[in-house]
Design a protein around this ligand. Structure first.
Ligand SMILES: Cc1cc2nc3c(=O)[nH]c(=O)nc-3n(C[C@H](O)[C@H](O)[C@H](O)COP(=O)(O)OP(=O)(O)OC[C@H]3O[C@@H](n4cnc5c(N)ncnc54)[C@H](O)[C@@H]3O)c2cc1C
Length: 585
């Protein structure tokens, strides 16, 4: 019998992936689904135009939940990061997760990158799932995608013109392959309002009686029965009390690339040595858990300009000047992209041809201090002073990776994310990319004076704030955390479906891949259930067809075999009798 503490599926985390799963797993009405998330319905401001969200986060510092204030360390990075108290330090906690503060860019990984994910995840197999969630630019799909941003600053057009003059073909960055320049597709409606995972996927499902959303809840531990995950222990943040919920079928982790590994770790699943170090019992040694974090590395080259920039147009609290053009709020911040394949990579890996360097254009100044972009686009204190524009030189595939570590066995202590500095090989690539960017844009129609703030140097490449790979998929437990069906290696009833399982890096942010991955995860989960139900039904049917066991009394046995028959004689008779009465097959 089901009670309010027992659900078919428990989903931990209601961000991009969790919202998709909650919708899809509850869609037929047959399964009971619980979605557990740190915070509840996002404030209306998040439906607003893109940059308003950034401003709003800064004002409210929404990320202060205990134990969920990620510390980001970048050894060797030159600039001191913005203080956490001003910018917040880790993805949003509301339902909708990181899609709420997101910049609304919708740029898919190159198909060649998907082809390297592994069994079942290549571009051809994933294409239907991309279509299912995001469709064809507003014509279909759950998540509305516009072909171009709702707003583009005049400087952005100058950036594109300069790239075209330097030989970058202009076009749709999601369909053109190779070298290209263009405006990004966006998760925006035409009037600039933002599409996020809460309004696209979760809100339409909220009325379903079989879907329960539990917010104000921080999942702290998985309930394990040997190798099987049975449920989740969570903390009700308002009352500081702990509770348990049980899963009839599966627990799905969608708490993102930082907190999904943290939940495994607190449950005794992770690198043995690290669990030992904080005194947690080791349930499963998972050496790859928290390792192999990939985040693109970038450096913000900026030019001072006399022309009006977005900085001037934003208005308080970001800029001292009141916004003259409210459309500026519809900017995605990064308004245009140019990409190419470096000579360095072409020589190193001649058989590959995907672009590995991306130049993103912001019609505003971005200081080094913004790294690693902890929700601060600008990187100088408010109100902003510098009038300029910026090109982020972004390296999509570096040798430098990162790791997430956990200094304590307590869920009240925040994890630590370390992004390693560029390797010598990465630096060769970076040097080429910076020189190329300077050649193309230094004397372009954009004008302006280069700001010598150290950007472009080896110690001025930071990681972006999006990550992948901390629980990556793969065939082998020593090197990955989940298999290609997203099941945690060696554990039953537990899958991971979020950005943490993506095994390959990219120059772009991961939202398109996370949504498509979650769509496929829902299919995998429901297919498993259908298969198990069919097997069970088959068993029941077979049992039904079997003749009911005939009860034979001792008296009858004596009659049939004689009063002094031995036990052996009686068994022989029983066997013969059974064969004679069994129906022919
Ligand atoms: C500031 C910012 C801007 C971005 N901009 C873009 C962009 O323009 N384009 C793009 O493609 N991508 C962008 N991204 C990346 C994109 O948003 C992420 O790749 C995507 O949201 C990841 O989805 P997810 O489901 O893995 O995690 P998330 O969306 O981060 O969701 C995780 C959820 O888990 C919940 N949670 C965490 N821990 C617990 C716990 N212990 N118990 C219960 N709930 C928990 C959180 O509250 C959150 O709701 C951006 C990311 C950030 C941070």
């Amino acid at each position: 019998k089901k009670s309010h503490r027992l659900y078919d599926y428990i989903i931990v985390g209601g961000g991009a992936a969790g919202a998709v799963l909650a919708n899809r797993l509850s869609e037929s009405g047959k399964q009971s689904v619980l979605l557990l998330n740190v915070a509840g319905t996002p404030p209306d401001a998040y439906n607003g135009p893109v940059l308003l969200s950034d401003e709003f986060i800064v004002k409210k510092n929404l990320t202060a939940t205990q134990g969920l204030q990620l510390q980001i360390i970048q050894p060797g990075y030159s600039a001191k990061a913005f203080p956490v108290s001003k910018t917040g330090s880790s993805p949003a906690r509301w339902l909708g997760g990181s899609t709420l503060p997101g910049l609304s860019l919708y740029l898919k990984d190159h198909p060649e990158i998907l082809d390297e994910w592994g069994d079942g995840w290549n571009w051809t197999e994933m294409r239907d799932y991309f279509d299912k969630c995001c469709g064809d630019y507003g014509a279909s799909g759950v998540y509305h995608i516009s072909k171009e941003p709702a707003y583009t600053h005049p400087l952005t057009n100058d950036f594109i013109a300069a790239a075209e003059a330097a030989g970058f073909p202009k076009g749709d960055l999601n369909t053109l392959h190779g070298k290209a320049v263009g405006l990004p597709a966006t998760t925006q409606y035409e009037d600039g309002t933002k599409v996020h995972a809460y309004n696209a996927y979760l809100y339409p499902a909220l009325g379903r009686p079989n879907l329960k959303v539990l917010d104000g809840a921080r999942a702290d531990r998985l309930l394990m029965d040997r190798d099987r995950c049975k449920g989740v222990v969570y903390r009700e943040l308002a009352t500081k009390t702990d509770h348990v919920i049980y899963a009839n079928r599966e627990v799905v982790l969608s708490a993102g690339y930082v907190y999904t590994p943290r939940l495994l770790f607190l449950s005794g699943m992770g690198p043995k040595r690290e669990l030992d170090a904080v005194g947690l019992p080791v349930l499963h040694d998972l050496p790859a858990m928290g390792k192999h974090v990939t985040s693109a590395r970038y450096s913000p080259l900026s030019w001072r300009t006399d022309k009006p920039s977005l900085t001037h147009m934003l208005g308080p609290p970001i800029s001292p000047i009141a916004s003259q053009l409210p459309d500026a709020y519809q900017s995605t911040g990064q308004e245009a992209f140019a990409r190419y394949r470096s000579t360095f990579s072409s020589m190193k890996r001649p058989l590959e041809n995907r672009s590995d360097v991306v130049f993103s254009f912001l019609p505003m100044y971005q200081a080094l201090e913004s790294a690693p972009l902890q929700f601060s686009l600008q990187g100088e204190p408010w109100p902003l002073q510098t009038n300029g524009y910026t090109i982020l030189v972004t390296l999509g595939e570096t040798e430098a990776d990162g790791e997430i570590t956990f200094p304590s066995a307590s869920p009240d202590v925040s994890p630590v994310l370390t992004h390693r500095p560029l390797t010598d090989e990465d630096w060769k690539l970076a040097e080429e990319a910076v020189t190329y960017a300077m050649t193309v844009w230094n004397n372009s129609a954009l004008g302006g004076t280069f700001i010598g703030n150290g950007a472009g140097r080896r110690n001025a490449f930071s990681a972006v704030y999006d990550g992948r790979g901390s629980c990556r998929m793969g065939p082998d437990r020593s090197d990955s955390v989940v298999d290609f069906n997203l099941r945690v290696h060696g554990v039953q009833g537990l899958r991971i479906a979020d950005g943490s399982v993506i095994p390959r890096p990219s120059p772009y942010f991961a939202l398109p891949e996370v949504l498509a991955l979650a769509e496929r995860a829902a299919d995998l989960i429901l297919k498993t259930e259908r298969h198990e139900v069919e097997t069970q039904n088959h068993r029941v049917e077979m049992d039904r067809k079997k003749p009911a066991l005939e009860t034979i009394s001792i008296e009858r046995l004596k009659q049939e075999c004689g009063k002094s028959a031995s036990l052996y004689e009686m068994l022989t008779w029983l066997e013969a009798h059974h064969s004679a009465t069994e129906p022919a097959k």
